[in-house]
Design a protein around this ligand. Structure first.
Ligand code: NDP
Length: 234
């Protein structure tokens, strides 16, 4: 039977690529979308990850359609870049609330059915920036580093029930998020990447597909870089 999968922020960018990759390999995929319409051909549920009620309702709908969620990808994320000296407290806490507390809300709802099933995959989309730091992104980097400690703690809590928890750390990926950077900023980043280019979202999605698969049964608590070498050594 097809596995029930839920991807947050699956209406565009990396989340959509992950959803399409898993759907193409036979999973029954639900994507959450905060705004707009669900993507063509995928089961969409509206959800803002800053609301536990929204997250719970999204899981309820996904489960009614596809059964208990076995694979969850906490992908929804935002940036609100500015230097610390200019950063208002809400600019800091908004990013934490979506990227880190959002993942907490998703994992919290995901875990009970997985405990009953005695299997599951929780995959958190972090960033190379969480490990390297990034000037102008203290809020974002803190949220992404937080996912590492959060995910590794869950990995320890859930391992005995055959639930793995892994953290994917993409580098610089073609998406709306990076399109917002100036050409100059993009060039500067590309210079630091040994592979010399941005990733396609599909290159992140294929790694997620592997981590979600039975072939990754002995991987948990890992931080898996998919960054063209940008974060080597971290
Ligand atoms: P995009 O900006 O293209 O997409 C972000 C997605 O998150 C959208 O689907 C958006 O929904 C959703 N989202 C944002 N806030 C919320 C919220 N409060 N509730 C629900 N959904 C929300 O980003 P990417 O695809 O580039 O990024 C996806 C993930 O990958 C993020 O966690 C990002 O930090 C991470 N990442 C990205 C990298 C990159 O270079 N692009 C590098 C490393 C990590 P909506 O359409 O409604 O706004």
């Amino acid at each position: 039977m097809a596995r029930s999968v839920l991807v947050t922020g699956g209406n565009r960018g990396i989340g959509l690529a992950i959803a399409r990759e898993l759907a193409a390999t036979g999973d029954a995929v639900a994507v959450t979308h905060r705004s707009g319409e669900p993507p063509e051909g995928l089961f969409g549920v509206r959800c803002d990850v800053t609301s536990q009620a929204d997250v719970d309702a999204a899981f309820d709908k996904a489960e009614a359609e596809h059964g208990p969620v076995e694979v969850v990808i906490a992908n929804a994320g935002i940036t609100k870049d500015t230097l610390l000296a200019m950063m208002k407290e809400e600019t800091f806490t908004d990013v934490i609330d979506t990227n880190l507390t959002g993942a907490y809300r998703v994992a919290k709802r995901a875990v009970r059915p997985m405990l009953r099933l005695k299997r599951g995959r929780i995959i958190l989309i972090s960033s190379v920036v969480g490990l390297l730091g990034s000037a102008g992104q203290a809020n974002y980097a803190a949220s992404k580093a937080g996912l590492v400690g959060f995910g590794r703690s869950l990995a320890r809590e859930l391992a005995s029930r055959n639930i793995t928890v892994n953290i994917i750390a993409p580098g610089f990926v073609e998406s709306d998020m990076t399109a917002a950077l100036t050409e100059e900023q993009q060039q500067l980043i590309r210079k630091q990447i040994p592979l010399g280019r941005q990733a396609h979202a599909a290159e992140i999605a294929r790694v997620v597909r592997f981590v979600a698969s039975d072939d990754a049964s002995y991987i948990t608590g890992a931080v898996i870089p998919v960054d063209g070498g940008l974060g080597m050594g971290h």
